[in-house]
Design a protein around this ligand. Structure first.
Ligand SMILES: Nc1ncnc2c1ncn2[C@@H]1O[C@H](COP(=O)(O)OP(=O)(O)OP(=O)(O)O)[C@@H](O)[C@H]1O
Length: 268
């Protein structure tokens, strides 16, 4: 069901709000916009689009890692970077772990940068590792972990400051399908338990429909919002939904909208 803007939260309910935002890189590349996007508090929204349509750029602007060329962005009610500081946790496509540091030291990094007292850091790191079921690997090193486990560490590092908002940039794209399905389910459980706002970037129609309450389809350069879908699913989602005709039908609708943008079709 394509419902452009119908489900956008009101100003008071928005955790993230972009108004007429554009990004033109110094090289002259018009990468994004103008786009208007609102993500409600506690909502799980996916940005879906072909390679190069500006999905990562949108996340980077929201996180304050790059500046918009025009328009305005509000995160947790703040309009200027760092826009709430630890209100945001960022998970990149690569786990980006420090190879020379233990898993617990990797997860502790954001707290150390914020000069958090040692006892509190230790307690928060232990809780974050337990949350992603890696409590037994605190003293291990990244090279000893599988790709899926490294991504869990990256997730724990994003959660350790207890941010209200998680920005996730194709975090599971490099993983095999079984690991990816498992991490999808773990992420949904985490979202249900912790009530975070999640903005999730993906190429995958299947992943976006499985995970999200709302899928925002973007068109190619400069990226604009082409369609929005409210995803209907029984909660909690799981294997029954993934194998249902209802899931397949919604994937088909989203896939058609993506194809209609004229970009390279997203892969499964
Ligand atoms: N730092 C930069 N300087 C110049 N151009 C850039 C920069 N970062 C991205 N771009 C360009 O902006 C456009 C959007 O890039 P972006 O990485 O946001 O797209 P994307 O949808 O996330 O792509 P992918 O799915 O392949 O990661 C692309 O054409 C890219 O080449």
């Amino acid at each position: 069901m394509s419902v452009p803007h119908a489900l956008a939260p009101s100003d008071a309910d928005a955790a993230i709000r972009l108004r007429a935002v554009t990004k033109i890189y110094d090289s002259g590349v018009p990468a994004l916009g103008p786009i208007d996007l609102a993500v409600g508090r506690g909502e799980f929204v996916s940005l879906l689009g072909p390679s190069g349509c500006g999905k990562s750029t949108a996340l980077r602007l929201i996180a304050g890692l790059a500046a918009e060329s025009s328009g305005s962005i509000e995160v947790a009610g703040q309009a200027t970077p760092p826009r709430g500081g630890h209100a945001i946790g960022f998970v990149f496509q690569e786990p980006t772990l420090m190879p020379w540091a233990s898993i617990s030291a990797n997860v502790a990094l954001p707290l150390e940068l914020a000069r958090t007292p040692k006892a509190e850091t230790a307690q928060r790191v232990a809780a974050a590792l337990a949350r992603v079921e890696l409590q037994d690997f605190a003293d291990a090193y990244p090279r000893q972990l599988s790709g899926g486990m490294k991504m869990r560490v990256s997730l724990a590092r994003a959660l350790v400051t207890d941010p209200d908002i998680l920005l996730m940039d194709e975090p599971f794209a490099a993983l095999d399908e079984i690991t990816r399905f498992r991490l999808n389910d773990d992420l949904l459980a985490l979202w249900r338990d912790l009530g975070k706002t999640v903005l999730f970037v993906t190429h995958s129609v299947f992943e976006s429909v499985y995970l999200s309450q709302r899928v925002v389809v973007m068109s190619p350069r400069p990226g604009r919002i082409a369609a929005e879908f409210s995803i209907e699913a029984p909660e909690p989602r799981g294997e029954a939904f993934r194998t249902s005709a209802d899931y397949a039908a919604q994937c088909r609708d989203v896939s058609l909208a993506l194809a209609a943008t004229g970009g390279t079709r997203g892969h499964g």
